[in-house]
Ligand binder design. Sequence first.
Ligand code: DC
Length: 221
Amino acid sequence: MIAVAIDGPAGAGKSTIAKKVSAELGFIYVDTGAIYRAVGLACIKKGIDEGDSRAVKKLLEDIDIRIIFFNGEQHILLNDEDVSGEIRTETVSMAASTVSAIPEVREFLLALQRDFALTDNVIMDGRDIGTVVLPNAQVKIFLTASPEVRARRRVEQLAEKGESADYETVLADIVKRDHNDSSREIAPLKPADSAFIVDTSDITLEESVKKIADIIKENIE
Ligand code: DC
């Protein structure tokens, strides 16, 4: 099996790029942020403080999270309910970032992620795929862009969906989430030793897709 790890900060374009490249190569694309979001959402639904690690650990005993594919699209089931749409809010993003610093949450989600790489060729995106989840991945990419560019892209994405967002607020959220994700003790966001570092700040989406697809093709033969 071939595994490709794509890690990087929020909003660098990982999922958009990974989706396109996996369709081109015929690989399964797994977005691992979605399962951390499902844990964050479960806390919100139950009224649990995401920073309260004891309460979150207890909650893990009552939740079942599954990743399924429907017409080639990933869906997330939280206790059998499809929450794929519900997990895509800014509130859930921050809750996911907070719970992701709890070691038991990471442990709880580990096998779920690794199992995909046993049975399929995968492109998996997240924060610790090349360093922890799939340390033997054949290709590791660290995709990044400046916080300002990521915030601008996020505002544009929301505008396309008809939602307005304040640039300064989005930027502040991105900087806060970068800090949370990079400074946590366990599995912090950082490039794996052998990762190709790709900065998409000054290149278009099409150029980024081509660059990543080329790196993968050159390194899986
Ligand atoms: O990729 P995303 O923005 O949907 O991820 C949401 C949060 O989940 C992110 O802020 C940190 C956490 N996360 C993680 O710790 N490890 C991963 N492999 C993926 C996401």
